[in-house]
Design a protein around this ligand. Structure first.
Ligand code: HSE
Length: 315
């Protein structure tokens, strides 16, 4: 039996929503798990790159053995019903750039879990899949939209369960995803964060998450411009993303821009805007990065409403 699952990329930490606000994006990985017939062959994992942003160097960072996220995900699910995975071939068709803040890890964890769950006759429901996936990833803001799609606010409770709600994103607001040619690992990007933050910064973000939710519900552009700010992670991570301070400064002069934020732990950035001036937005980013010898891929998209889906795949 062979199961393929298509999983969207995700942008976590949207604006003030560090570790809690994330959205699915129309860029995909397809994870296929096949039961092989030869006994004792273990688990074979292959990655097939399907994006020009995924090169040999980035593939070297993806473990293909028992240390891989895919293997851990499959193993946890099998263990939850008292079994051990073996005789499996796992292929990852990878369209999501690696280590660019677009949820490539979350996507392979989710794809592997959903495919393995299907192979095993669906022992895990959505609640169980969310908590197993978050146990591996460590935070819910990429995992949840990768499973359920859309813009999502989520929180992992003390008992491991994930509480989430999907929020309708205004159709008139679009997202320009800018991915530079350099990687930034989540471990490095988390290592620059302080263990504690000043009370005034925590209050600043709490105010803005409230503003963000209200601005999205009421399509309030001026409120959204105030809401898309952050003091919990961006000030610390800015220095890891070359050119970002200049990009943010320059985008302030484009009226349709509501905000520019780091996607997940970086290195990609998202520009949230109305539908006009898209070329101006893209050229601003491309020119600033080009001046610093940074190549980039820029896509303008809307939020992907579907999460992980089982698909037919001839792989
Ligand atoms: N919220 C996470 C972080 C997303 O910023 O580290 C990356 O996995």
């Amino acid at each position: 039996m062979k199961i393929s699952v298509k999983v969207p990329a995700t942008a976590a930490n949207i604006g003030p929503g560090f570790d809690c606000l994330g959205m699915a994006l129309p860029i995909y990985n397809i994870i296929t798990i096949e039961e092989t017939v030869l006994p004792g062959t273990g688990v074979e994992i292959n990655v097939i790159p399907e994006s020009p942003m995924i090169d040999e160097a980035s593939l070297e960072h993806i473990p293909l053995d028992e240390n891989s996220l895919v293997y851990k995900a499959v193993e946890l699910l099998y263990n939850s019903i008292g079994q051990t995975p073996s005789e499996l071939k796992i292929n990852i068709h990878s369209g999501i750039p690696v280590a660019r803040g677009l949820g490539s890890s979350a996507s392979v964890i989710v794809g592997a879990l959903v495919a393995a769950n299907e192979l095993l006759g669906r022992p895990a429901d959505e609640v169980a899949l969310l908590s197993i996936a978050c146990e591996i990833e460590g935070h819910p803001d990429n995992i949840t939209p990768a499973i359920v799609g859309g813009l999502v606010i989520s929180s992992q409770q003390e008992d491991g369960t994930v509480v989430y709600r999907k929020i309708d994103w205004p159709a008139d607001w679009i997202i320009t995803v800018c991915t530079p040619d350099f990687e930034l690992s989540t471990d490095i990007s988390r290592s620059v964060l302080p263990k504690e933050v000043p009370m005034k910064d925590a209050v600043y973000n709490a105010q803005r998450v409230g503003m963000f939710i209200h601005a999205v519900h009421t399509k309030d552009k001026e409120l959204m411009k105030l809401a898309l700010k952050d003091r919990l992670h961006q000030p610390y991570r800015m220095k890891l993303i070359q050119g970002l301070d200049k990009i943010m400064d320059n985008l302030r002069y484009i009226d349709s821009v509501l905000g520019c934020v780091i996607s997940g732990a970086g290195s990609s950035i998202l520009i949230i805007s109305e539908k006009n001036d898209i070329d101006k937005i893209k050229n601003t980013v491309r020119d600033i990065w080009a001046d610093q010898n940074i190549k980039c891929d820029i896509k303008t998209v809307t939020v992907e409403q579907n999460g992980a889906q089982i698909v037919n795949n001839d792989d």
